[in-house]
Design a protein around this ligand. Sequence first.
Ligand code: IPM
Ligand code: MN
Length: 359
Amino acid sequence: MYKIAVMPGDGTGPEVTAEAVKVLKTAATKFGFQVDLTEFDFGGERYKRTGETLPDSAVEELRKFDAILLGAIGHPDVAPGILEKGILLKARFALDQYINLRPVRLYPGVECPLKNKGPNEIDYVVVRENTGDAYTGTGGFTMKGTPHEVAVQTAVYSRHQVDRCLRYAFEYARKHGKKARGKGDKNTLALCGKTNVLTYIYDLWERAFHEIGKAEYPDITREYYHVDATCMWMVKNPEWFDVIVTGNLFGDIITDLGAITQGGMGIAAGGNINPEGVSMFEPIGGSAPKYTGKGVINPLAAICSAQMMLATLGQEKAADTIEKAVMYVTANKLKSLAAGKMGYSTSQVGDLVAEKVAG
Ligand code: IPM
Ligand code: MN
């Protein structure tokens, strides 16, 4: 029995979350486990009503769950930053979800914007650090509103944050790298940084990367790429990558690039993981206000988030079955992954996956 907190959130969040829950319940029945779901209404509407984002009391309540399934956060009537900082980043930080795991995997039948690249070439994972960097809110203004205004926003990393993220990434490469999956003769971890300019932050990352790799993970091949070059190779030679580890901000940016190479926001899923605590799974796209309530949004990213949640909870077989069902649907059913162009409604796509899972 798993206690799952469900936060559908804003915009199309509730529509896609409903389909993820549908597939989750089908998998539970099929694989003989139970899910006890509790819904929370944190998001833009609640904020507009009550002024509340994610209060401390809610964080304490969320700690009691085995995992959190999140739809989307972001509301057109609420200024940028309020809900993102108040709900999404608050949950990530307060629950110390220090890993943001974002697979970049092109499923069969999905149109790829990269020429001559297919599922064999686009098959890697980004391990994005999720608690530090420019995301900590360290900084401020002086002389605000004057022509001499100065704004500072500092990237922050401690050796502790870097080490735990690197160890997770090395472990992940060992268990799920290309060799472990029978796709090559080595497992590779690539550090994505900017050691030529960010000579403090990424110097720390690079030293820790080689120290830990040499001492504890000699079986994992280590590579280093600057972030700008990483973007170039993600487009030109995505097959070079296996597992990429990087800081919070670069991870945010390169995973949107990765997402578009795997078919876009309709399919890209991620997990905010605290390996010792409560993790939260979410589609990496936003709340898509213009598609809200139309039944045209693609729920596969939410379904894949539920799949990642089950894998993290130890239901590997159920997770695997969901992934295969999604691959079946992309290969054989959907005309496109884009909203309104799938050839099916949001709930029909959920049905297709659920039927295949029930098999
Ligand atoms: C993401 C999003 C968030 C981030 C925003 C909404 C704060 O872009 O999950 O990638 O930057 O982490
Ligand atoms: Mn992002």
